[in-house]
Design a protein around this ligand. Sequence first.
Ligand code: 2F8
Ligand code: CA
Length: 132
Amino acid sequence: GPRSREWEYFDGRCYFFSIQQTTWGKAKAVCQSWNSQLVVIHDTAKQNFIQSRTRNERYWIGLTDVDTEGEWRWIDGTNYRNSFKNWSKGEPNDAGQREDCAQIHGAGEWNDVPCNYEESFYISIGCSLDRL
Ligand code: 2F8
Ligand code: CA
């Protein structure tokens, strides 16, 4: 089977850092099939936990502006506009007018990339469960 890490608990939720490479949409679907979701990051504590586990890989997070360009939305419907953000300098930039899904770099900063992006970097799934 696929190589994987264990589920990890942090502040009321569980997290699984998949090393499967896939698109944002497929990652979202896998999370849903596990009754979970792509990670949503609303504060420094969560950000620090997530980035302490990303190593040098790149992970999708549950943030997209695919419905309306420039209107970023967390997949759980929680507030984006007035909440915590950790974009890299100059991001999100919608490079090539085709970057609608957010990922977190190994160093922890966020960047928008094409939702169907797949290459030799690990683009992985971070899921969180509502309950153990
Ligand atoms: O310079 C920032 C820029 O770097 C890359 O594009 C050259 C990223 N693209 C991918 O990772 C696919 C952009 O998203 C990023 O803004
Ligand atoms: Ca970008």
